[in-house]
Design a protein around this ligand. Structure first.
Ligand SMILES: [Zn+2]
Length: 279
């Protein structure tokens, strides 16, 4: 218990220290226009059995593999940072530590809490969990108590919308509900502002970005591959998938922002979600 508190305090301190190092909290015109920061995206952290589809393999990492990957990051001197720090660095109000990395999780799978969270905590890593609020508390997904526990341990929580709807092409009102209602719900559950968003299926367009900004988001992540994050692209930060078939070499490629994976498409709904919400 005491050890957990110390680790949580260390994680929070690491998160806060960036803001503390900055002289200003407002954008600085002299800030860098681009920074290389890998942002990894994980989904389920569990074993795969039977005859998994290619999409299953893509959306899943075995617990043992995940632990090895995190240990590797630790051994190689990576420091986990939050998305707010990335934005602050791009605005020039914060300097990121050497070898910064953002570790993110989409969809709020229960295995993220049961398998990934203990590893992150043990190694003192900070990570960002994007939940779509309709699923929280449903079978296979995290509960609000688990979300609060992870937040209390220094993890960052963001919105992945209300129902994991494909946002481009939505009418204004349904899009507003997906963006604003999910944000309100998480803020109500956590009693703090929520300003980060992951677009479902990584899909976005100019209308989605404009609506997201109107709803109060200040950063958003895509699944466009790459590690170069740009000051004029804080609403479309790049991320790199990590999947079941990734060995050490492929993980090294992911840290470099490999671009040889096909982008996610709406018809490839995460396993379980497709059955729950056909179409
Ligand atoms: Zn998702």
């Amino acid at each position: 218990m005491i050890r957990d508190s110390i680790v949580a305090a260390a994680v929070l301190l690491a998160v806060l220290s960036c803001a503390a190092r900055g002289e200003a909290t407002t954008p600085n015109a002299n800030g860098p226009r681009a920074i290389d920061v890998p942002i990894l995206v994980y989904h389920r952290v569990t074993c795969l059995m039977g005859n998994p589809t290619r999409m299953d393999e893509r959306m899943t990492v075995a617990p043992e593999a995940f632990a090895l990957q995190m240990q590797r990051l630790r051994d190689e001197g990576y420091t986990s940072v939050g998305l707010g720090e990335v934005r602050a660095a791009l605005e020039g109000s914060c300097v990121l530590p050497p070898k910064p990395i953002v570790i993110t999780f989409d969809d709020g799978w229960e295995s993220q809490y049961s398998e990934a969270f203990p590893v992150l905590r043990r190694l003192g890593f900070h990570a960002t969990f994007f939940v779509f609020t309709d699923a929280v508390g449903c079978p296979g997904h995290v509960t609000w108590d688990q979300v609060r526990e992870m937040r209390s341990a220094g993890m960052e929580i963001g919105s992945h919308t209300l129902s994991h709807a494909r946002l481009p092409g939505l009418e204004p009102w349904p899009m507003w509900k997906e963006l604003a209602w999910s944000k309100d719900r998480i803020e109500h559950e956590l009693d703090e502002p929520v300003e980060i968003l992951a677009y479902p299926f990584g899909e976005w367009d100019d209308a989605v970005i404009a609506a997201s900004e109107r709803a109060g988001y200040r950063e958003a992540v895509t699944t466009d591959a790459g590690v170069t994050q740009r000051a004029d692209g804080v609403m479309r930060l790049r991320r790199t998938f990590v999947g079941f078939m990734d060995g050490p070499d492929e993980f090294a490629d992911a840290l470099r922002g490999r671009v040889n994976w096909e982008p996610m498409r709406a018809e490839h709904a995460p396993a379980g979600q497709a059955a729950r919400r056909p179409g």
